[in-house]
Design a binder for this molecule. Structure first.
Ligand code: CP
Length: 325
């Protein structure tokens, strides 16, 4: 019998969202279609619906965030849920309470969903496993990974796919480049799994040798260390931040040198398809991986990504809220 994906229940419904790796293509499309159903006539207008009325969503951000934490809060409120933002700095984790003891206490307060960001890869898995072990003794609680270490950022991957579909339509006709610090990027990992699952025929990885992980070719990617060569004819370019906080040792000569070779400038963007869209998950470092003229230019969809994140996070939470244990 084939192994069931750990984040799906026996019916193939989402039980937790921990990673895009291994999610069926149909389920990704279902999430994107559900997100689209929450968007009004204008792409910026998101409906308020009662799908999570009476449920409590706990935002547990053990690492800083602007976009993800805020859009999860807006999304949960648009679904009519109660939202509790735990202030980690003033919580008892700062007194040495373990992660799972914190979870048990929040479950005793009738949490229905945990949105977890953590510097340690695997922390959301640990919580989901703990909840699964308590099955039968505790209520049905869902876990959403809001970014764990360098492992995965599945809702960012999904909102990136929503953005590409919104602007480009059919995934199966596209060439997409992911550029920069792929080695340390959970966003890159989630995007690459999503793009290949959705049938994008050409996914390119562009960056210096020191920031490219092994195994990209095995995933079906074309690898480029020359950015100009890698950008030729691409339909979408996803720029990544240098994850200095996750680097061990000197992997780059300097930020100026990096910008010269791997910074997205108008001159380099001109090598891509004329209607190429420019994406970045944020936070952006202007003058390091992207110049302001491009970040704020007509091909940039960076702020659209943020807006689409609300509907996509609503879709994930509403599908989780409807799933059975
Ligand atoms: N893209 C992203 O995860 O941004 P934040 O760190 O602001 O949440």
């Amino acid at each position: 019998m084939p192994m069931r994906h750990p984040q799906l229940n026996e019916k193939g419904e989402l039980r937790h969202l921990l990673t895009i790796e291994g999610l069926p293509r149909e389920l990704i499309h279902r999430i994107l279609d559900t997100a689209a159903s929450f968007v009004g006539v204008s792409a910026r207008e998101v409906k308020k619906v009662p799908l999570l009325r009476g449920k409590s969503v706990f935002n547990l951000f053990f690492e800083n965030s602007t976009r993800t934490r805020t859009t999860f809060e807006i999304a949960a409120k648009r679904l009519s849920a109660d939202v509790i933002n735990l202030n980690i700095n003033t919580s008892s984790t700062s007194k040495g309470e373990s992660l799972l003891d914190t979870i048990d206490n929040l479950m005793a307060m009738h949490a229905d969903m945990f949105v977890v960001r953590h510097a340690q890869s695997g922390a959301p898995y640990l919580i989901a496993q703990h909840i699964e072990r308590m099955r039968g003794h505790a209520p049905h609680v869902n876990v959403i990974n809001a970014g764990d270490g360098r492992h995965a950022h599945p809702t960012q991957g999904l909102l990136d796919m929503y953005t590409i579909r919104h602007f480009k339509g059919d995934f199966t006709q596209l060439t997409v480049a992911v550029v920069g610090d792929i080695l340390h990027s959970r966003v890159a990992r989630s995007d690459i799994h999503a793009l290949t699952t959705l049938g994008v025929p050409e996914v390119r990885a562009i960056g210096p040798h020191t920031l490219l992980p092994g195994g990209l070719e095995e995933l079906g990617l074309k690898v480029y260390t020359d950015m100009r060569e890698g950008l030729r004819g691409v339909d979408a370019v996803i720029m990544l931040r240098l994850q200095n906080e996750r680097m061990r040792g000197a992997l780059l000569p300097s930020a100026q040198e990096y910008f010269k070779h791997y910074g997205l400038t108008e001159e380099k963007l001109a090598l891509a398809a004329p209607d190429c869209i420019v994406m970045h998950p944020g936070p952006m470092n202007r003058g390091v991986e992207i110049e302001s003229a491009v970040a704020d230019g007509p091909q940039s969809v960076i702020l659209d990504q943020v807006t689409f994140g609300i509907a996509v996070r609503m879709a994930v939470m509403s599908l989780l809220g409807q799933s059975q244990a």
